[in-house]
Ligand binder design. Structure first.
Ligand SMILES: N[C@@H](CCC(=O)N[C@@H](CS)C(=O)NCC(=O)O)C(=O)O
Length: 208
């Protein structure tokens, strides 16, 4: 078995969390390397694109969250083998990346700018992506994003909804997903009940 090390920030949300979940659900041993903010400047130059997550496999490195998600999804049997279902899985993951990019670009803004930009996100892009993701979920049966079973796409959407509902994003109301996309909240609750997700959350002190 290859030796895996997944490096990401010590956050419950974000781009590295779906891969941590997938590896844990699949029972695949990995080093869970959590970077503290004070260490980041020192470590940034060693990453392929100056960003996290990165995955090390027997000493070789791959970056970009969705490339990592596909790879670990294949290892953990959480990525569809059918090419069409794989495309649907990718579609949902890339849509989450679109909205992640917009949300994360506000993280380190000065307070007034952050407030203005987040208000704009809450009035436009976040509801847009939540609504469209919900429509895509419904188009594929309403339970899972691809292949009618749990995949890394479900984990990625689950992490987004968990992040939005957690209340950690100032100026983003935590009830936004419940108001805009109840079908995605139902999906979130379905994923929460997965035994592997429950075990991961219990281990890392994450509440529903
Ligand atoms: N397209 C990349 C984006 C990676 C990215 O921007 N990661 C953020 C954390 S979620 C980061 O490393 N930020 C720190 C920095 O840019 O210095 C991916 O999907 O992995």
């Amino acid at each position: 078995m290859a030796k895996l090390k997944l490096t990401y920030f010590d956050l419950h949300g974000g781009r590295g969390e779906p891969a941590r979940l997938a590896l844990s659900i699949g029972g695949i041993a990995f080093e869970d390397d959590r970077v503290q903010p004070s260490d980041w400047e020192r470590r940034k130059a060693d990453t392929p694109f100056g960003a996290l997550p990165v995955l090390e496999v027997d000493g070789q490195v791959v970056a970009q969250s969705n490339a990592i998600n596909r790879y670990v999804g294949k290892l953990a049997n959480l990525y569809p083998s059918d090419p069409w279902q794989a495309a649907l899985c990718d579609e949902a993951m890339e849509a989450v990346e679109d909205i992640n990019g917009k949300i994360f670009s506000t993280l380190f803004l000065p307070e007034e700018q952050k407030k203005t930009q987040r208000k704009a996100l809450v009035e436009g892009p976040i509801p847009f992506y939540l609504t469209r993701l919900q429509q895509r979920l419904e188009a594929h049966g309403g339970r899972y994003f691809a292949g009618d079973r749990l995949s890394v796409a479900d984990l990625k959407v689950y992490v987004l909804i968990r992040h939005l509902r957690s209340g950690v994003l100032d100026h983003v109301p935590s009830d936004l997903p419940d108001r805009i996309a109840p079908g995605l909240v139902e999906h979130y609750e379905r994923v929460t009940k997965e035994p592997g997700v429950r075990a991961y959350c219990a281990k890392h002190g994450i509440s529903d």
